[in-house]
Design a protein around this ligand. Sequence first.
Ligand code: NI
Length: 193
Amino acid sequence: MSQHSRVFAPPDWSQEIYLRAWSFATRAHQHQTVGGPNKGERIPYINHIGAVTMEVIWAIAGENQFDGNLAIQCALLHDTVEDTPVTPADLTARFGPEVAAGVQALTKNKAIPTKEAQMKDSLNRITQQPSEVWLVKMADRITNLSEPPYDWDRSKRQNYQQEARLIYDALHGANKQLADRLLAKINAYSQYF
Ligand code: NI
């Protein structure tokens, strides 16, 4: 066999399904920005979405037990209900009930009074979803444990690290490699205190 005839084994997820959710998310998050690590810096929100989805793709590539299309769509759409006017009904109509249910579990219930209780409620709902949804939450926090926004004070950063441990404790069973990466990011986050 020549070096040009290596077998190409395509992943089990669809580029077209990816692009449909990516375009929807890009439009939903249009004009949204988040603070960056440098003073005054604003970063387009879609940067976060791309980074989270990359982590999920990395995890599913290493294990064939996952439904790649479900995992990727939930990753691309994970903040649309929490942070934009998109509703779960919109997602059900366009992407189906499984994706909508996953995104809804990843959405905090802001009627719950404290941030800690909101996170525990969301984690509880995520654990009732397929493991693809667990991957998205771990990927989300891995991404958010990069260098924090300039205006976050020390106690906010410490709370964020503490909250990340709740995520790790609840969800690490979904995928060891992604969980190990989350744990490494949690430990490294102390450098930002
Ligand atoms: Ni997110």
